[in-house]
Write a protein that binds this ligand. Structure first.
Ligand code: PLP
Length: 414
């Protein structure tokens, strides 16, 4: 149980201090209890606590959208607000379907996701997602969805720093799916540029470029789910699209948008997509029958604007890049630790994969997680993979504490 948080640390209910090596759930990128955000939220609650976004508007929503567009690579220039990553994904999928329909290509209804992908828990996100356990309780999900193979391969890529060299050819599987289903039936391909929840899988060099090229050639929209990778996680720039030099047609975000303080998500679309909707019909018509009661909530917008101001004023994306070499060195120093079979990293994210305990997959990593917590470091585990994704404000001392604790614990778990 966590009861307080400030800066890089939580306080647990029993009073012990816990270093946050996971930014909460990949979202508290500027660290906890930032005064600027708290005050902005407080002030907004007392000024305009709620405004409908159907037929009506309020200035903060437009200001937030404009700030985001400054951070996004062109031509992503229009923003639709949601309240979570899952809603962002379902919104992106609906925009893709509706876009093809307004252009007269209503046959494009299929989505292509990827094995081991995570896109939240809505029916759309679950359907394009590729983590078996997240799907199996819920029946057949959306029809007309297919999946690319994942890119994880320890034989070729173990202990890679940054993007792995092997695996670009796996993008060619998209050609196979296009040949199977025909491009005229496919609306969009959705991937996380770096798969996070499944255990930090970085895209092989050239892989995203190939996906982009195949999508463009076949008129298929490319969606990047940047719910985890957004807001400086990979260092240097706001979004992975810019980091990897590959621009999608639609980009989803959430989490770090408000530093995790107030639920909020967003979907950015290209000019082309926006204009297809907005240039048709009369001005009073509804262009896209989609939206949430809390889309562009004024208090969430206040939190987002304050978070984005901190990222800018403290140059936190550049700071993530600056700290990345020390973080990478410390992560890869665990290479010879007991049970470790792979370490992968970029910016301020690292995945440490453990050999599963025979007959008890996930158990070794879970015990590592519990013991690390008892010893004052919050890590995240998925299966037998430890994921580390600290706030971008971390110090070298924090880096030492998180990795030396993990090392100590790995030496004790069986
Ligand atoms: N997409 C990605 C890539 C995610 O990592 C997540 C959550 O971790 C989601 C979507 C879902 O976000 P939320 O939990 O805010 O619905």
């Amino acid at each position: 149980m966590l009861v307080e948080a400030e800066g890089m640390f939580y306080r647990a209910q029993d009073g012990h201090s816990v270093l946050d090596a996971t930014s909460g759930l990949w979202c508290v990128n500027a660290g906890h209890a930032r005064k600027q955000i708290t005050e902005a939220v407080h002030k907004q609650l007392a000024t305009l606590d709620y405004a409908p976004s159907f037929q009506m508007g309020h200035p903060l929503a437009f200001e937030t959208a404009s700030r985001l567009v400054e951070l996004l690579p062109a031509p992503l220039s229009h923003v639709f607000f949601t309240n979570s990553g899952s809603e962002s994904v379902d919104t992106a999928l609906k925009i893709a379907l509706a876009y093809h329909r307004v252009r007269g290509e209503a046959s494009r209804t299929r989505f292509i996701g990827r094995e081991r992908g995570y896109h939240g828990v809505g029916f759309g996100g679950m359907s394009v997602g590729g983590i078996g356990n997240n799907r199996k309780q819920f029946g057949t999900l959306l029809p007309g969805v297919d999946h690319l193979p994942h890119t994880h391969n320890l034989q070729h890529n173990a202990f890679t720093k940054g993007q792995p060299a092997w695996g670009a050819h796996l993008a060619d599987e998209l050609e196979r799916l296009v040949a199977l289903h025909d491009a005229s039936t496919i609306a969009a391909v959705i991937v996380e540029p770096m798969a996070g929840s499944t255990g930090v899988l970085l895209p092989p060099k050239g892989y995203l470029e190939r996906l982009r090229e195949i999508c463009t050639r076949h008129g298929i929209l490319l969606i990047f789910d940047e719910v985890i990778t957004g807001f400086g996680r990979l260092g240097d720039v706001a979004f992975a699209a810019e980091k990897f030099g590959v621009t999608p047609d639609i980009l989803t975000m959430a989490k770090g948008l408000t530093n995790g303080v107030i639920p909020m998500g967003a979907v950015a679309v290209s000019d082309t997509i926006h204009d297809e909707f907005m240039s048709r019909g009369d001005a009073a018509a509804i262009e896209l029958f989609h939206g949430y009661t809390y889309s562009g909530h004024p208090v969430a917008c206040a939190a987002a604007l304050a978070s984005l101001a901190i990222y800018r004023d403290e140059k936190l994306f550049a700071r993530a890049e600056e700290m990345a070499p020390a973080f990478e060195r410390a992560a890869h120093a665990l290479r010879d630790a007991p049970h470790v079979i792979d370490i992968r990293s970029m910016g301020l994210v690292a995945g440490i994969e453990l050999a599963p305990r025979p007959g008890a997959p996930g158990k070794r990593a879970y015990e590592t997680f519990v013991t690390c917590f008892e010893r004052g470091v919050l890590i995240r585990v998925t299966g037998d993979i430890i994921a580390i994704s600290p706030p971008l404000i971390l110090s070298e001392e924090n880096i030492d504490q998180m990795f030396s604790t993990i090392l100590d614990v790995l030496q004790t778990v069986s």
